[in-house]
Design a protein around this ligand. Structure first.
Ligand code: KIV
Ligand code: ZN
Length: 514
């Protein structure tokens, strides 16, 4: 009888620890709802004590996302556990996830605790969490570099204190598959009562082995796998859920003793959603969800695939929900068809959002011959949830060339007034961004700017992602248009509105002349 592996998604906790990533509550909620729909078993919604924003996000997910366990991370400290419980207590199925480092190196330099002190803390804190919640996960941080005899004792203590899941993290991505698989096997053979709890694994990708290590652990008895969408996470990230799941599904012949509950056809769209919300692009040659994952470049491969797909394709694009590029809608398509298409793509918009998306679609249909799913998704994703539109774009005019100083004039609308400012800059984008900063009355520190074509062709939509910081807070903005200057201005405006939504209107230092 195959074992059904539980999928614990930590995109919203470890994934959000990816440098430069900062999601707001509405974005987290949207991702969490998609995770629940695709069938994950546990969502780690955040680290409740980390900030008021994290706490509110975990609480909102716990209260609104059903059919899935919702966990909050907490250090092995009473105040962390209190906060974690406060955040998850209204979930249909709450979990407290508490952790403490167990390797010599962490105990000596980070915790400054002895083995006995660590054992004592594990026992008291797991028991403390258990008083609140029947489902408690304990993680032995840096387990793969922990003295193994000590690790057995730690796990034993956690189980005796009431842990229902024990997690064995490869925190620094140091393990190799054989070694990590053996570690799980040895834990199973040496810890009493281990069969009464779930053994979880949480592998980082520092050596590119996170998925391989996770699979090796599963083959040796792990029953829960921790992972993230697109492999996001600290440093080189975590095990990528899409790789893990498609590995198991595609190689059913080999992994015939395990199953999972994930609807693989939802993989592609959630990958795109997470990439767009986090501003972290997926590398083109990334397994499963990269742009080239199903592309066949060489003549020999193309010939093979044309006569029989399985010559070079071990899984179909459809199995991850990637449809072939087809013209889905045109200029004459009605609202109903548009809404239906959006639903098929996994978007359930409010009537207001739908009106706006349909309007944008009609404008695009006048400019672009064929409108593909990717175009529709880009239009919808452009409107980040939870961002109030303090300023809206009215118009812009740019002058630039190789022998002139770039100049931009941008008009923004606010509460019915139009504010117009002009500025020069080092190129048209710099000029436009400078003019916008004058118009809104505050500056941002631009960290990153990237542009990509949403589809092929000269009339393709350009999707701009801008990352900028304000008062130490990292903000991400997106803009799409067939005109790349317009896409850039919309992306910067999105960052400006996000800054005002998250930091308050006090950041406006200079009131622009109306
Ligand atoms: O990598 C790690 O060890 C972690 C734990 C907190 C589970 O993220
Ligand atoms: Zn981690």
């Amino acid at each position: 009888m195959p074992v059904r592996i539980k999928i614990f998604d930590t995109t919203l906790r470890d994934g959000e620890q990816t440098p430069g990533v900062n999601l707001n509550i509405q974005e987290k909620l949207e991702i969490a709802k998609r995770l629940a729909k695709m069938g994950v078993d546990v969502i780690e919604a955040g680290f409740a004590i980390a900030s008021p924003g994290d706490f509110e996000a975990v609480k909102a997910i716990a209260e609104n996302v059903k059919g899935v366990k919702v966990a909050s991370l907490s250090r092995a400290l009473e105040k962390d556990i209190d906060r974690a419980w406060e955040a998850v207590k209204n979930a249909e199925s709450p979990r407290i996830h508490t952790f403490l480092a167990t390797s010599d190196i962490h105990m000596k330099y980070k915790l400054r605790m002895t083995e006995e002190e660590v054992l004592q803390r594990v026992e008291t804190m797991v028991a403390y969490a258990k008083r609140y919640c029947s489902d408690v996960e304990f993680s032995a941080e840096d387990a793969s570099r922990t003295r193994v005899e000590f690790l057995y004792r730690v796990i034993d203590k956690a189980i005796k204190a009431g842990a229902t899941v024990v997690n064995i993290p490869d925190t620094v991505g140091y393990a190799t598959p054989e070694e990590f698989g053996n570690l799980i096997k040895n834990i199973k053979n040496n810890v009493p009562d281990i069969d009464k709890v779930d053994i979880s694994v949480h592998c980082h990708n520092d050596l590119g082995l996170a998925v391989a290590n996770t699979l090796a652990a599963i083959m040796n008895g792990a029953t829960q796998a921790e992972c993230t969408i697109n492999g996001l996470g600290e440093r080189a990230g975590n095990a990528a859920m899409e790789e893990l799941i498609m590995g198991i599904s595609t190689r059913k012949d080999y992994y015939n003793n395990i199953t999972h509950g994930i609807d693989t056809t939802r993989i592609y769209s959630i990958s795109r959603l997470v990439s767009s919300m986090t501003g972290v692009n997926v590398q083109p040659n990334k397994a499963i969800v990269g742009a080239n994952a199903f592309a066949h470049e060489s003549g020999i491969h193309q010939h093979g695939v044309l006569s029989e797909k399985s010559t070079y394709e071990i899984m179909t694009p459809e199995s991850i929900g990637l449809k072939q590029n087809t013209m889905v809608l045109g200029k004459l398509s009605g609202r109903h068809a548009f809404e239906e298409r959006l639903k098929e793509l996994g978007y359930n918009l409010s009537p207001e959002e739908l009106n706006r998306a349909f309007n944008d679609f009609k404008i695009l249909a006048d400019k672009k011959k064929t409108i593909l799913d990717q175009d529709i998704e880009a239009l919808v994703r452009e409107k980040a949830p939870g961002i109030q539109e303090f300023f809206e774009l009215d118009s812009f005019q740019i002058s630039s060339g190789n022998k002139v100083i770039s100049t931009a004039m941008v008009s923004l609308r606010r509460n019915g007034d139009v504010i117009t400012e002009a500025a020069t800059g080092d190129g048209p984008i710099d000029a436009a961004f400078n003019a916008m900063e004058r118009a809104v009355g505050f500056n941002l520190d631009l960290q990153d700017y990237s542009i990509k074509a949403v589809t092929e062709g000269k009339d393709a939509l350009g999707e701009v992602t801008v990352r900028a910081s304000k008062d130490g807070k990292m903000l991400i903005g997106r803009g799409v248009s067939t005109d790349i200057m317009e896409a850039s201005i919309k992306a910067y405006l999105n960052v400006i509105n996000r800054a005002l939504s998250e930091l308050g209107e006090e950041i406006i230092k200079v009131k622009a002349a109306l």
